[in-house]
Design a protein around this ligand. Structure first.
Ligand SMILES: *Cc1c(COP(=O)(O)O)cnc(C)c1O
Length: 376
């Protein structure tokens, strides 16, 4: 069976976990946590980074930092993972769903301004497959309407808008190290704070509403309850694992780009035949080969295709169900029409993509696709 994903291991994970154990400092905000946070701040110029249990936890922290409450509205793409919306819905915000572009799953910048009203507080973008949204347009919209711009960069470690790192272009960002992402920690995430005004408070929310982080830096004699918050920091065991992965970022990225490039070149023929659409990234999007996906031109072919591949021993997958049609959202809201999000939900196919995927398997996957579409 060629699985959709296989976690990558650098081989150093256990060494670093043993180091953490030997140091007898296992709770959060230790040496490995600092190393991971420094990695992102130094490499990408992010103002402040805090390691979290997950990207979901980072989004929860953003909702707390922005004091999201009932009466607020937050604009979120419909075609995304549930956490993009749920972190804000859980604080009482009304979620206003935005449609995807006609030719790409990312949020359509041309349609978003019509969704902004007096209660709107923030726009949350998702860089689907690590492919940048049209950032300058969203930045300008947010400036004009005085909204916060949040990047759900869960897919988007080491992705860029031209030369500028994703995660550094909004006020806040969330990156994920879930087992299915490019760099993993089992479960893990990163909160990026690019607006200096929020740095101090983010540290407090991160540490259960206390100034324990400042205390650990010997900036205060004691630590005390100052604000809202929860336990958002992972243990040093998670950070140690993650650091072993970050050290191999370049080789992981090189391999993923090779795989992505193979698929893109080989499947071009099927696109030219009118069977599939490859949705090539815009020229400004220097992406990170997080996913290789295409859409079937005829959505009724998607299920038969997935089953055909399954029988061949290839695990290909669809992706998100549109959130604007989810049972939770429809409890309190009427059905909206977001045709592009709905269309991507009905037609996307994601192909196996992981470090160890070899040439034999790649050829077999491509041949199987060609066979399904009666080609080759
Ligand atoms: C994976 C993912 C998340 C959630 O990440 P976790 O680290 O699992 O919480 C959020 N948003 C998007 C777009 C994702 O793909």
């Amino acid at each position: 069976m060629i699985t959709f994903n296989k976690p990558y291991f650098s081989g150093k994970e256990l060494d670093y976990i043993k180091e953490a154990i030997a140091s007898k400092k296992l709770s959060g905000n230790g040496v490995f946590t600092q190393k991971c946070q420094d990695f992102f701040e130094d490499k990408y110029g992010f103002k402040k980074c805090l390691l979290t249990h997950s990207a979901t936890a980072a989004l929860d922290m953003i909702a707390l930092l922005l004091e999201i409450q009932p009466g607020d509205e937050v604009i979120v793409p419909s075609f995304t993972f549930v956490s993009t919306a749920n972190s804000f819905a859980s604080r009482g915000a009304k979620i206003i769903f935005a449609d995807s572009c006609s030719d790409h799953p990312n949020m359509d910048p041309g349609k978003v301004e019509a969704l902004i009203g007096p209660k709107t507080k923030a726009i949350v973008l998702v860089h689907y497959a690590g492919v940048a949204c049209d950032m300058p347009v969203f930045q300008e919209i947010c400036r004009k309407h005085q909204l916060y711009l949040i990047e759900d960069a869960a897919h988007a470690i080491h992705s860029f808008y031209h030369e500028e790192a994703l995660g550094g272009m909004g006020h806040f960002a969330a990156i994920s190290f879930h087992e299915t992402k490019n760099i993993i920690a089992g479960e893990g995430g990163l909160l990026v704070i690019n607006d200096q005004n929020f740095v101090k408070r983010a540290e407090i929310i991160w540490e259960k509403g206390t100034n324990r982080t400042a205390f650990a830096r010997h900036e205060t004699q004691k630590y005390e309850w100052l604000d809202k918050g929860s336990s958002f920091l992972p243990s040093e065991l998670t950070a140690a694992f993650l650091f072993a992965q970050l050290e191999q970022l370049d080789s992981i990225q090189m391999r993923r780009h090779f795989l992505w490039g193979f698929y893109a070149k080989r499947l071009k023929k099927l696109e030219l035949m009118g069977k599939i659409n490859l949705h090539s990234p815009a020229e400004y999007a220097n992406h990170n080969a997080h996913l290789f996906y295409f859409t079937v031109v005829d959505p009724t072919q998607r299920e038969p295709l997935l089953q055909f591949l399954e029988q061949k021993g290839i695990q290909a997958l669809s992706h998100y169900l549109p959130l604007h049609l989810s049972p939770f959202h429809l409890q309190g809201h009427s059905k909206e029409s977001l045709p592009h999000a709905t269309n991507f939900a009905a037609s996307i196919v994601r192909l196996p993509m992981y470090y160890e995927l070899g040439q034999t398997e790649l050829d077999f996957i491509a041949q199987s696709l060609e066979e399904f579409f009666n080609f080759g």
